[in-house]
Ligand binder design. Structure first.
Ligand code: ATP
Ligand code: MG
Length: 170
């Protein structure tokens, strides 16, 4: 083991099978994975319904059988993109490579001279947080788009009930 660590960041609102397949791929490339939970301070909104702690539960339980050590680190927003990579580094264990397909994330890490790999998207039409939140609000089925452990966490916290309630107007 040479101690190679990879970094992967998302908002995970919620954590879904697209994220899971990327992490299974990264697990074959590195010795340890750092999973950053972005916009960690946000919760209880239609775009960002779940707290950082709830997202930690989803990820930790879904990855129980990954077979690669991982660290889950909540990372709050800083309102200055030019400082964001330094902010991430100040919170995360040291890493060699960032795995991301998000254009802004790729750009910021590249400018900071961090090695960036962009994993392929899987079934992006359905495996998307936006689509899953839409389905939850519409009363359509979403359970098959997330790992079983995430269904369990969302049931425990009444995730769909929360999303529907905060989406209403008074
Ligand atoms: P939202 O629609 O809320 O933005 P999202 O599905 O894009 O949700 P994020 O948490 O924003 O999820 O994404 C985290 C990372 O996962 C990003 O780098 C994103 O490109 C990647 N990702 C999202 N969906 C997929 C997918 N289906 N396959 C592979 N990577 C994905
Ligand atoms: Mg996204």
């Amino acid at each position: 083991m040479n101690g190679k660590r990879g970094f992967y960041i998302g908002r995970f609102q919620p954590y879904h099978n697209g994220h899971q397949s990327v992490l299974e791929h990264i697990a074959n490339k590195v010795d340890e994975i750092i999973i950053g939970i972005g916009s960690a301070q946000l919760s209880h909104s239609v775009e960002n319904p779940f707290t950082a702690g709830e997202r930690v539960m989803m990820i930790t339980r879904a990855l129980e059988s990954l077979g690669c050590r991982y660290y889950v680190i909540p990372i709050e927003d800083v309102q200055r993109n030019a400082l964001w990579v330094a902010h991430v580094r100040s919170m995360a264990p040291p890493f060699d490579t960032c795995y991301s397909s998000n254009p802004l994330v790729v750009r910021l890490f590249s400018e900071a001279r961090v090695n960036v790999q962009s994993p392929a998207m899987s079934e992006r039409d359905t495996l998307s947080g936006t689509e899953i939140r839409r389905r939850m609000l519409a009363g359509e089925s979403w359970e098959e788009l997330v790992p079983p452990a995430v269904v369990q966490v969302l049931n425990e916290i009444d995730g769909v009930g929360r999303l529907r309630q905060i989406a209403r107007t008074d």
